[in-house]
Design a protein around this ligand. Structure first.
Ligand code: 13P
Length: 259
């Protein structure tokens, strides 16, 4: 089965509204309309930038989706500082990153939290916010050799209680923590090994048909110089791009590598 690649930019905590609108406009200007037939593209800015960035793309009729970087699983209520699925839906988010390693390590997010967020996004009537579930091992786990088991456990935990129909809408991003923001990209072979194992894990849960359709991204110092070799791997269906998504030229360079 051929899967449509997805290139998603994770802006992390960068860009005020003014800066975000400028960057979105630059990306929009460089994006050729027919690329959307071959590759799905999304940018994931901070919450406050979502609506302004969405407005830029809508105004230009540029087929680039916006995604959030986080969500809370309760529908509403006394959860100071949190953002609900309904709030993201109203903005028109197509994706939501869940369980990024920075949230796990800096903000104490657990596998159970990740699972609740995934289920909140996929639950109720489906309304098109696909979770981008981040998994990936630390350098200590990699050196110790148990990284496949570690990533498998993260995937299984994130998908606990997710139905087959829901699982078809999930995106999984393999982001080895040792490769994030370090300039030390996983080799295509290293990334492929884990992405293939993630697909096998999904297959064990839902069968080959679902597993063959689920998109698995690589993230970690991916840029226009290494994206094509990574995406040439059979189980790597795109990228979750951090630093290289913060300038239009380098982000568009990665998008072009997926064409
Ligand atoms: P870098 O591309 O900056 O390494 O970040 C990757 C990442 O964390 C994307 O979510």
């Amino acid at each position: 089965m051929s899967r449509k690649p997805l290139i998603a930019g994770n802006w992390k905590m960068n860009n005020t509204i003014g800066e975000a609108v400028v960057l979105a406009q630059e990306i929009s200007n460089e994006f050729e309309p027919d690329w959307a037939e071959t590759v799905d593209v999304a940018v994931c800015p901070p919450f406050v930038d979502l609506k302004p960035v969405k407005t830029v793309f809508e105004f230009d009729r540029t087929k680039i989706a916006v995604g959030a970087q986080n969500v809370y699983w309760e529908p509403s209520g006394a959860y100071t500082g949190e953002i609900s699925v309904a709030m993201l839906k109203e903005i028109g988010c197509g994706y939501c990153i869940v369980g990024h390693s920075e949230r796990r390590t800096l903000f104490g997010e657990t596998n159970e939290d990740v699972n609740l967020k995934v289920k909140a996004l996929l639950g109720e009537e489906r309304d098109a916010i696909d979770p981008i579930i981040c998994v990936g091992e630390s350098l200590a786990v990699r050196d110790e050799g148990s990284y496949l088991e570690f990533v498998e456990a993260e995937v299984n935990a994130a998908l606990a209680g997710v139905s087959e129909d829901e699982a078809a809408h999930v995106v999984i991003a393999y982001e080895p923590i040792w490769a994030i923001g370090t300039g030390r990209t996983a080799t295509p072979e290293q990334a492929q090994e884990v992405c293939a194992h993630i697909r096998a894990t999904v297959s064990a849960l839902y069968g080959d048909d679902i597993a063959e359709g689920v998109r698995i991204l690589y993230g970690g110092s991916m840029n226009e110089g290494n994206a094509d070799l990574l995406m040439a791997q059979p189980d790597i269906d795109g990228g979750l791009i951090g630093g290289a998504s913060l300038a239009a030229g380098s982000f568009i360079g990665v998008v072009k590598a997926a064409l």
